[in-house]
Design a protein. Structure first.
Length: 356
């Protein structure tokens, strides 16, 4: 379940990033359109050549192609997300015809405060279903191993029994003598003797049974021992791998933040260079090629910043999955999942984003 939720979250934030990238590409396209119009006016005034118009139109065509590519990425992310959150996916016409519009935005994750590696590992052992299943399987093998081991031990047998008899019946004369009156009677007298415990009998027996060279039992015991050790090693290996994954996720999260901060600084500098080049162009001290080159660099810097922000979010999701915190962080209830009813009502914001 945690893996499914992590896949949904990862695909969702990829879609969020694609939407923001599409917005940026639309802005770059509008900028390219304005620049083409401005260049045409400068040509009419004699301040620019026809080649400058061709250069500006080439940048406009590239901006349009980038917008189309970004739109395609949004549609592909929608298809992946629909297949994850729906049983029918794109096979349902009602689902295939709608668009998924994310209401979230990729924000900085500076306030993250994860516990230490040791505590995260302990929580992973306590929460992750795969680790819990491995431990449960090892516990079952331990119980089975005890039963197999008992088959090699000597066994003691103690048997105790007690019985009562009823001796009443029809009398017979033997050599002139007949039975005592106490033994004369029918079924009622016999039952009375039984309940009165008149003629009890007790037995007690004991014995010890030992197995010598029971190859079958020894083979079963050896197989169970080997299986138990393999499962115990598997549990230890899984726990160790979980610790390694958590440590790698912490490193990846730190590196993602560093890359994002560097990309932000790069985008700010590129914005300053682009603004300065535009001022020089307006004053007649720069060329169309230089402005377009700065615009391309700014667009690439914006795309790098957005990609770094998506990577940062993905690193956070990966760490939460490896530490077994996905359900807790995202407030997912197993009971609600089993019942199919969410206790918390959802509400849409007042201003919804526009579709692409």
């Amino acid at each position: 379940m945690e893996r499914t939720i992590s896949n949904v979250l990862g695909t969702y934030y990829t879609l969020v990033g694609d939407y923001e990238d599409l917005t940026a590409k639309r802005g770059a396209l509008e900028t390219a359109q304005r620049f083409v119009a401005d260049t045409k006016r400068r040509v009419e005034l004699g301040a620019a050549s026809q080649l400058d118009i061709t250069t500006a139109q080439n940048q406009l065509a590239q901006s349009e192609q980038a917008r189309v590519n970004s739109t395609t990425a949004v549609e592909q992310a929608e298809v992946q997300l629909k297949n994850l959150i729906s049983r029918t996916g794109m096979g349902d016409p009602a689902i295939a015809a709608v668009h998924i519009i994310p209401l979230d935005h990729l924000t900085e994750l500076r306030d993250l405060d994860f516990p230490s590696l040791k505590e995260l590992t302990a929580r992973a052992i306590a929460n992750r279903s795969d680790l819990l299943a491995d431990k449960a399987n090892a516990g079952v093998s331990e119980i089975s191993n005890i039963a197999t081991e008992n088959g090699l031990l000597p066994s003691a047998i103690v048997i105790a029994s007690k019985s009562n008899q009823g001796t009443a019946g029809v009398p017979h004369t033997v050599r002139g003598q007949t039975a005592d009156k106490y033994f004369v009677g029918g079924i009622g007298d016999a039952l009375g003797q039984i309940f009165r415990n008149n003629f009890p009998s007790q037995q007690l027996a004991s014995g010890i049974q030992m197995q010598l060279y029971d190859r079958v039992a020894q083979a079963d015991y050896a197989i169970d021992q080997l299986s138990l050790r393999q499962q115990q090693l598997g549990v230890a290996k899984a726990v160790n791998q979980a610790q390694v994954d958590i440590a790698n996720s912490l490193v990846a999260l730190s590196q993602a933040r560093s890359r994002y901060e560097a990309s932000v600084q790069n985008r700010i500098l590129q914005q300053q260079l682009y603004d300065a080049e535009q001022k020089k162009y307006a004053a007649g001290e720069s060329t169309t090629y230089n402005v377009i080159q700065q615009q391309r660099d700014l667009t690439n810097a914006q795309a790098s910043e957005l990609a770094a922000r998506v990577t940062w979010q993905q690193a956070k999701i990966s760490l939460e999955q490896n530490a077994g915190l996905t359900l807790e962080v995202n407030h997912v209830s197993i009971d609600e999942a089993q019942s199919g009813k969410v206790a918390r009502p959802s509400a849409l914001p007042a201003n919804l984003p526009e579709t692409h």
